[in-house]
Design a protein around this ligand. Structure first.
Ligand SMILES: C[S@@+](CC[C@H](N)C(=O)[O-])C[C@H]1O[C@@H](n2cnc3c(N)ncnc32)[C@H](O)[C@@H]1O
Length: 455
């Protein structure tokens, strides 16, 4: 077998897509991944990367088009890095992602892929995101905000292009332009030395319209005038502005490293009949319409009668816990981030829910401790970050024979691994349902119900 060489031209038939949304072709028995290629395409591709087990190639010419192809709506698609599959029509996107989950279940978890129902999609899969994190760059002497191009630290945005992300809520698109203008007006004070703003995060509470701007800076950077922040808030009708010190950026447990510059320092959102307060560093789902779909699904899977003891592990600001509390005996939320736990406690009070309590700490420690003690939950909800759950924790869960487990995940591979483990330790896969939280991207969210097998 002769491997391809960088620069070599190949003719490929695209058989499917990998988990990153790249087309899969074959050249002399070797797998070739081609970003922006669609299943059914016949293409000419140029080899860009040669690895032991695969090649990567760039799409040079579309010779014949696959049936699921769509014209990408965004002119920056392919160089921006935020979207992976805008070139597929939405029905094919849903089919592809359902297939990813089924495959992962069968291949990684040794589970029955047919228990995975079709993905629940959106009526309008555009402008859904309530949050965006942007980097700062320069174009022709002007400060611009944008995303890094794929596999790079360079903004994918072109000179003269106005910011208009097709995934982002339109109010946030407007706000990006306001913040950009403000940065240009104050650039000497905000960006001149390395301690200035390095990243900007914008969030919107879709249920109330409130907006938040988070300015990420070096640890000791101080904004010199309140007037400047007041001007930003007024020009963008922004509810609150928060500074996040770089050492804590991305580390949700370091909430004390934030400083409120304007307004209350949190957003208040509404989802169905509940109200949620969110601090700058607290996790919150990014697609409000599909979050409702996901949480209602979790509530249906929970099948509560009003008496059950429930644990919501990795509970964030208590969203799932509070969706379940009105139909349960008691819900205990477990979460690492102190800011999110404070939000969750406040959220229980705001909603006049008295049977939900929240504990701060690492779930891999707190859940085994609870289960080895006297706590006997009827249901445990797991909603971990992408890396999934610690093996030791699943071990205790299975050892204590918790009757039902609902697993919510944003990573089919770690989900399948953990479910496979539970299936080998006394659990049965009842149903899995992917929910499209991230249209136009290859990211997949999925809710799963597992039930203890009676001996
Ligand atoms: C995917 S989010 C889910 C949050 C919530 N269920 C929701 O729907 O908004 C995962 C949460 O787990 C928290 N987390 C991360 N690692 C943790 C750990 N080791 N122990 C407890 N919580 C953790 C994060 O702070 C985050 O709030």
């Amino acid at each position: 077998m002769t491997p391809g060489q960088p620069g070599e031209q190949l003719i490929l038939e695209i058989e499917g897509l990998n988990h990153r949304g790249e087309g899969i072709g074959r050249h002399r028995g070797q797998v070739v991944f081609v970003p922006l290629a669609a299943p059914g395409d016949r293409i000419r591709a140029t080899v860009t990367e040669v690895k032991k087990k695969y090649l990567r190639a760039g799409l040079a010419e579309l010779l014949e088009s696959g049936t699921g192809r769509a014209v990408p709506r965004c002119p920056a698609f392919g160089r921006c890095g935020g979207c992976h599959i805008q070139h597929l029509d939405y029905a094919h996107q849903l089919q592809y992602k359902t297939g990813l989950v089924r495959n992962a279940f069968a291949r990684i978890g040794g589970l029955d892929g047919t228990a995975v129902l079709s993905m629940l999609g959106m009526d309008d899969p555009w402008h859904y995101r309530n949050k965006v994190r942007l980097h700062i760059g320069c174009r022709e002497g002007k400060v611009v905000l944008g995303f890094f191009a794929p596999s790079s630290h360079v903004l994918g945005r072109l000179t003269g292009e106005s910011f208009a992300c097709r995934l982002l809520d339109e109010d946030l698109n407007r706000l990006v332009r306001v913040v950009e203008h403000w940065l240009n007006q104050n650039r000497n004070r905000l960006l001149a030395d390395k301690g200035g703003i390095s990243e900007i995060t914008l969030r919107k509470a879709a249920g109330t319209g409130e907006t938040m701007v988070v300015l990420t800076t070096a640890k000791d950077f101080r904004f010199r005038t309140e007037k400047m922040i007041g001007e930003l808030a007024a020009s963008g009708r922004i509810t609150t502005v928060v500074q996040q010190m770089a050492e804590s950026a991305g580390r949700e447990e370091d909430a004390e490293q934030t400083e409120i510059l304007y307004g209350p320092g949190y957003l208040t959102d509404r989802l169905d009949d509940l109200v949620f307060r969110l601090s700058a560093t607290s996790f919150y789902q990014v697609n409000p319409a599909q979050t409702r779909v996901l949480y209602r699904l979790v509530r249906a899977y929970a099948g509560l009668t009003g008496r059950e003891q429930v644990v919501d592990a990795f509970c964030g600001v208590g969203t799932i816990a509070l969706y379940l509390a009105r139909r349960a005996g008691h819900v205990l939320g477990l979460e690492l981030s102190p800011a999110a736990v404070a939000d969750a406690q406040r959220n229980a009070r705001l909603n006049k829910i008295t049977n939900a309590t929240f504990e701060q700490g690492a779930v891999e420690k707190s859940l085994p401790r609870l289960l080895k003690g006297s706590h006997r939950p009827d249901l445990v909800v797991l909603d971990p970050p992408r890396r999934g759950c610690h093996r030791g924790m699943l071990d205790v869960l299975a050892g204590r024979a918790v009757p039902r487990v609902i697993y919510v995940s944003c990573d089919p591979a770690t989900l399948a691994r953990d479910l496979g483990y539970l299936a080998g330790h006394g659990y049965r896969l009842v149903e899995a349902r992917p929910v499209d939280m991230f249209p136009q991207t290859s990211h997949v969210e999925c809710a799963v119900l597992m039930s203890r097998v009676e001996k």
